[in-house]
Design a protein around this ligand. Structure first.
Ligand code: PLP
Length: 387
C-alpha cells in the first residue's frame, strides 16, 4: 500500500514515522480498562493488580509485586537487600542509567564492570577478578546489579557461582528481557531479586509500570510494604520506616493483563524481525549484529546492528541522521555508564569493550507492530545508505 501510494503521489506523500519500539496493544486492553472503570476500581490497587501479579508470577514461577516503573522495582530491590549509605554495589557498565541511578538513590557507590565480547553482558572474569581484589582489600560490595541487556540473559551460570563464593546477592535488571531464557531458565529468575519494566517501549507495556520479582515471598512482601508508604498494620498511620508511593494503579494493571495475553506473540514477532534483518543485511560486508550465545534465547527486544569502521565509512550517528530523513527512528546503543559525566567520580573495571560496541552500534526499529512493509522500507534504506 505504502509502495503504491508513493508510486502514484511521488515523494510528496509523507510516510508515517517508523518508531523504534512503540507500544503494541493486543486488542483486549481497552475492554479490561473499561471493566476497571465500570467497577470503579480507579483508585490505586484493586483486582487487576492482583491478577497481573498472579499471571506474571505464574509465567516466571516467582512472587511478584507490580510497581509504578522498572526503576522503582530496582530501587526497592536494593532496599530489600539492605543497601545504604556508603555501600559499594557493582553494576554492568553497559546499560541504561536507571540500573545504577537506583544505587545512588540509596547513597551507595556504583562500581562499573565491563562487558564480555561474546554476549555484550557483564564479563564474569572481570567480576571474579574485582571481587578477589576487593575481598583482599576488605571492601567487598553489598550487591551486584547484573543487567540482561537487549533481551540477552547474562551468564548467570558463572556469575551466580562467583557471587556465591562471597555470599553477595544479585539484583537482576531484566527490564528488557521478559520472555528471554538462558540455560533453560527465564530471565528475571536468576537474581535474588529481579526487576522488570513495562515502559512504553518494552516488550509489553502498561504505558508505565514495572515489577519486582523474587522466589522469596518475604522479599516481595517487604517490597509491597515499602511501596505502599511503609504503613504499619493498625488503625492509625504508624511508621517505623521511610516508605514510598511506588504501586501500579489498577487501571494500568488492566492494560498489563491484556498485554500478558500477547506476550508470546510479541516475543515471536520480535525474533522474526531480528531474523529478517540478519538475513537481509547480515551479508553486507562490515555489518554485524549483537551475538546471541548458544544457550540463550533472546526476546530480541531491539535489533542492534554493528558497523565495522574499517569497512563502512559511515558512523552510526551519520546513519541515524540519514534514516531520520526517511522518517525512520533508530537509536544509538546505550552509552556506557563510565562515559556519563554524572558517574564520572565512580570506579570502572575495564570499559573498553562496551565503549567499542557503543561506538559501532545502532538499534533498528524492532517493535512487534512493525509491518513487513515497514521493515522492507527500513532494510532498503539501510542498503541505500550503506550499500
Ligand atoms: C527501561 C529500563 C529500565 C527502567 O525501567 P522504567 O520502567 O522506564 O523505569 C531499567 N533498566 C533497563 C536496562 C531498562 O532498559
Amino acid at each position: 500500500m505504502r509502495a503504491i501510494l508513493s508510486l502514484i503521489l511521488g515523494d510528496c506523500v509523507m510516510r508515517e514515522r517508523i518508531f523504534l519500539s512503540p507500544p503494541d496493544m493486543g486488542g483486549s486492553e481497552q475492554r479490561l480498562v473499561s471493566e476497571a472503570f465500570a467497577s470503579n476500581w480507579i483508585a490505586p490497587l484493586g483486582p487487576f493488580v492482583d491478577r497481573f501479579e498472579q499471571e506474571l508470577g505464574a509465567y516466571l514461577d516467582s512472587h511478584v509485586c507490580a510497581l509504578a516503573s522498572g526503576t522503582s522495582a530496582l530501587h526497592l530491590g536494593l532496599l530489600t537487600m539492605g543497601i545504604g549509605s556508603g555501600d559499594r554495589v557493582y553494576c554492568s557498565d553497559f546499560t541504561f542509567s536507571a540500573s545504577c541511578n537506583v544505587i545512588r538513590y540509596c547513597n551507595a557507590e556504583p562500581v562499573f564492570i565491563d562487558s564480555e565480547r561474546d554476549s555484550w553482558q557483564m564479563d564474569p572474569d572481570l567480576l571474579a577478578q574485582k571481587l578477589e581484589e576487593d575481598d583482599k582489600a576488605g571492601k567487598l560490595p553489598k550487591a551486584v546489579v547484573v543487567v540482561d541487556l537487549y533481551g540477552i540473559c547474562a551468564d548467570f551460570d558463572r556469575i551466580e557461582k562467583i557471587c556465591g563464593r562471597y555470599g553477595i546477592p544479585i539484583l537482576e535488571d531484566s527490564a528488557e528481557a521478559l520472555g528471554s531464557t538462558r540455560f533453560g531458565r527465564r530471565c528475571g529468575t536468576f537474581g535474588k531479586v529481579s526487576g522488570f519494566s513495562f515502559n512504553g517501549n518494552k516488550i509489553i507495556t502498561t504505558s508505565g509500570g514495572g515489577a519486582l520479582v523474587s522466589k522469596d515471598e518475604s522479599i516481595v512482601k517487604r517490597a509491597r510494604f515499602l511501596a505502599t508508604q511503609a504503613r504499619e498494620p493498625g488503625p492509625c498511620y504508624h511508621h517505623l520506616t521511610i516508605g514510598y508511593n511506588y504501586r501500579l494503579s489498577n487501571i494500568l494493571a488492566a492494560v498489563g493483563c491484556g498485554q500478558m495475553m500477547v506476550l508470546d506473540k510479541h516475543f515471536e514477532r520480535r525474533r522474526a524481525i531480528n531474523r529478517r534483518y540478519m538475513a537481509e543485511l547480515g551479508n553486507i560486508e562490515g555489518i554485524g549484529f549483537m551475538p546471541e550465545p548458544g544457550d540463550a534465547v533472546s526476546n530480541k527486544w531491539l535489533t542492534v546492528m554493528t558497523l565495522d569502521p574499517n569497512v563502512i565509512k559511515k558512523s552510526p550517528e551519520e546513519l541515524r541522521l540519514l534514516l531520520e530523513t526517511e522518517n525512520i527512528e533508530s537509536r544509538h546503543a546505550w552509552k556506557p555508564m563510565h562515559m556519563q559525566p554524572v558517574f564520572e567520580p565512580f570506579e570502572c573495571v575495564g570499559g573498553a569493550v562496551c565503549e567499542e560496541i557503543f561506538n559501532r552500534s545502532i538499534c533498528l526499529p524492532s517493535g512487534s507492530s512493525l509491518t513487513d512493509d515497514d521493515q522492507t522500507f527500513v532494510i532498503d534504506a539501510v542498503k541505500k545508505y550503506l550499500g
